[in-house]
Design a protein around this ligand. Structure first.
Ligand SMILES: CC(C)(COP(=O)(O)OP(=O)(O)OC[C@H]1O[C@@H](n2cnc3c(N)ncnc32)[C@H](O)[C@@H]1OP(=O)(O)O)[C@@H](O)C(=O)NCCC(=O)NCCS
Length: 169
């Protein structure tokens, strides 16, 4: 399997992760997002299938978004003179594994590979965290991959804001 950048020339193949929004983004929107510089998408594929994909964009972890207790935890990662109201991050805008490949460890492998390749290219621009608005059903997956919640009792119906500290890699 290889990871390829979703360029305009990429010949799209069928993809079904079981979620219409995530399927629709890849099949209908992802190229436009890249063209407009809103998010870049990467595809894990074998010879004939899209196995998984993810999209990345710039973000920040901000005091405004966090609950007090969680923000204290974030601040503790930095010395006092580096206590800012936000810290640079990269957001995982979308992340999905095809139904046919779920539950085989591919999501975690792809997440590790993503973290490592971001680390390998980090000399261009600093970022400390990865963030994600995790679907409720995917929270255990992100927890298994080292992500933590930013809001203690978040009430959003569909997602939980989570972050991963890149120094934990
Ligand atoms: C969530 C998703 C990306 C996980 O990918 P995956 O390849 O199936 O996950 P893995 O096999 O690597 O699982 C890694 C760990 O997460 C856990 N996990 C994964 N999905 C889970 C779920 N829905 N509920 C509970 N635990 C889950 C696994 O048990 C495993 O834990 P372990 O290592 O302790 O056994 C995939 O199921 C998916 O694409 N779902 C639909 C789209 C989606 O929800 N995307 C996330 C958007 S925020």
């Amino acid at each position: 399997m290889v990871i390829v950048y979703l360029s305009d020339a990429y010949e799209m193949k069928p993809f079904d992760c079981g979620d219409d929004d995530l399927n629709g983004f890849l099949l209908n929107d992802a190229k436009q997002y890249a063209a407009k510089k809103l998010a870049y998408t990467y595809i894990l594929e074998d010879d004939n299938h899209i196995v998984a994909y993810y999209s990345l964009l710039n973000d920040k972890v901000s005091k405004r978004d966090a609950s007090n207790a969680m923000w204290r935890k974030v601040k503790k990662l930095f010395p006092h003179q580096k206590h800012f109201n936000s810290y640079p991050a990269i957001k995982i805008g979308r992340f999905a594994v095809s139904k046919a490949y779920k539950g085989q460890g591919i999501g975690s492998k792809l997440m590790n590979q993503t973290k490592r390749s971001l680390m390998a290219n980090e000399s261009y621009s600093a970022f400390r965290f990865l963030t994600v608005d995790a679907y409720l059903s995917a929270v255990p997956f992100y927890e298994a991959n080292g992500f933590q919640r930013l809001i203690a009792n978040e009430e959003n119906e569909h997602t939980r804001l989570m972050y991963f500290d890149m120094t934990c890699l």
